[in-house]
Design a binder for this molecule. Sequence first.
Ligand code: FPP
Length: 264
Amino acid sequence: MPTDTDSDIPSTADARPRHIAVIMDGNGRWANKRHMPRAAGHKAGVNATRRIVENSARYGIEALTIFAFSSENWQRPEKEVSSLMSLFVSTIAAEVKKLHKKNVRVQFIGDRTRFSDKLQASINESEALTAANTGLKLNIAANYGGRWDIVHACRNILESVQGGELSADEIDESLFSRYLSLQDMPEPDLLIRTGGEQRISNFLIWQLAYAELYFTDALWPDFADNDFQAALDWYAGRQRRFGKTGQQLAQENTASTPGRQVSS
Ligand code: FPP
């Protein structure tokens, strides 16, 4: 795990998110502005994706979950969908060894069965290659939808009940969470959405219940190191209440860390 020893990294370790989720929006508009095909925007988006992965690893973020392709994206023009699929195959092939060297664990969430055999094979290989890595957990949401995730969890819970491994009265929020994608990691603390829209767009709708939501007008291919830093700085100034009052949190915080006040 990277340390805080780099002098250019501010010492906000306890105000840093453990898990960041990202909606990488604005590739199409980035391309349109340049009179380029939308596919060129997605290609440029890969560079921004590489940057945020590197920055997350460098800052010691535990998990990064990126929305690469939603269940609804199949409705885009066929040409765009097929160019995105080719981009996924070529990007995984080009990046996975580098990610492995950086100790990144790659996992895909979503229904992969609709992808081509070639893409499914490259997804499976990238997961297998990096499975034992202990650094950044990179989760790529592909053919993912938050509602799909919840329905999928319900089906699996039902199977467990029908199989006699689980009784209905054991079902509570904590058990339910363990049937969802990302069950083995902390819930996202921070959601970043680029591209100026302020929506969740059926991303991790259960898991984002308490996330801080950061929206920026920057288009995804333009999302640079300083934009990432700005999101972290903004997060560091948030007071996360989880339903409690600010006063309760301040008291708890002073009790556990003498001399430290909760920021507002
Ligand atoms: C949304 O922008 C972006 C996408 C649907 C694709 C994002 C995918 C990448 C950046 C590639 C990442 C690759 C891997 C392997 C993880 P948009 O097209 O909706 O933009 P618009 O709102 O301007 O039209």
